[in-house]
Design a protein around this ligand. Structure first.
Ligand code: TMP
Length: 202
C-alpha cells in the first residue's frame, strides 16, 4: 500500500451481493474523485475463464479447483492488482483469497486452510476486507435450478456462511448484513471505506 493506494475486498457467500456492491462502491469512489480499479475473481485471465466453466462441472477434483484458483490469483495480483496499486489506484476486488480459504477448505477434509494459505502466499493481502452476510436460503430463492453453479446448494452454503462468520471474528473483518435494502447496505460499506481512507490520508 502506498499513501494513496488501497486494496479493498468484498467477499461473502453466494448471492450476498458482492458484485452489485463492488460496482456501486467503485462508482461512489470515482464520483468522490478517487482513481478506482474494479476487478473480480475468478479473473478475466484464461485461467479465470476456465474456472468459470468449472463452476458448472461437479467432476473437477477440489484440489484442482484450489490449485487453479491460486494460479488465477497469482496472475491477477502480479499482472493487474499490484500494477494498479503501484499507480496509486484504489483497487476493489469482488472476491479474493478468503473465497478460496472458505469454499475450497469446505470441499474436502484433505484441503486445509494452512495449505490454501501456502498456495496463496506470494500474493499481497487486502488492506480492508468486508464480508457480506446473508442466509443462503434467501440468497438462492431467486435462482432457477438451471442457473445454479456447483457451490450453490443451501446445505453447502450454510457451512460456507458459518465459516465466513467465524473467520471474520478471528481475523477482525467487517461483517455487513446484506439482507437489507441495497442503498442501506451500500451506505454502510461506503462509511467503513471512507473511515479507512481518512485514516491513511492523515
Ligand atoms: P460469483 O462470481 O458469482 O461470486 O461466483 C464465483 C464462485 O466461485 C462462487 O461460488 C465462489 C467460488 N470461488 C471459489 O470457490 N474459490 C475462489 O477462490 C473464488 C475466487 C471463488
Amino acid at each position: 500500500m502506498t499513501l494513496n493506494s488501497f486494496f479493498i475486498v468484498l467477499d461473502g457467500v453466494d448471492g450476498s451481493g458482492t458484485t452489485t456492491h463492488s460496482q456501486l462502491l467503485a462508482s461512489f469512489l470515482e464520483y468522490k474523485g478517487f482513481k478506482v480499479h474494479l476487478t473480480r475473481e475468478p479473473s478475466k485471465s484464461e485461467i479465470g475463464i476456465l474456472l468459470r466453466k468449472y463452476l458448472k462441472n461437479k467432476e473437477i477434483p477440489p484440489t484442482t479447483d484450489a490449485l487453479l484458483f491460486a494460479a488465477d490469483r497469482d496472475l491477477h495480483y502480479h499482472n493487474e492488482i499490484k500494477k494498479k496499486l503501484d499507480e496509486e489506484y484504489i483497487v476493489i476486488s469482488d472476491r479474493y483469497i478468503e473465497s478460496s480459504i472458505i469454499y475450497q477448505s469446505l470441499q474436502a477434509d484433505r484441503i486445509t486452510i494452512e495449505w490454501i494459505k501456502k498456495l496463496n502466499k506470494f500474493v499481497g493481502l487486502p488492506d480492508l476486507t468486508i464480508i457480506l452476510d446473508i442466509d443462503p436460503k434467501i440468497a438462492l430463492a431467486r435462482k432457477t435450478d438451471q442457473d445454479l453453479e456447483k457451490f450453490e446448494d443451501t446445505t453447502f452454503l450454510d457451512k460456507v456462511r458459518d465459516l465466513y462468520l467465524s473467520r471474520a471474528k478471528q481475523e477482525g473483518y467487517y461483517v455487513i448484513n446484506s439482507n437489507e435494502i441495497i442503498e442501506f447496505v451500500q451506505e454502510k460499506i461506503q462509511n467503513i471505506v471512507l473511515e479507512k481512507l481518512g485514516i491513511i490520508k492523515k
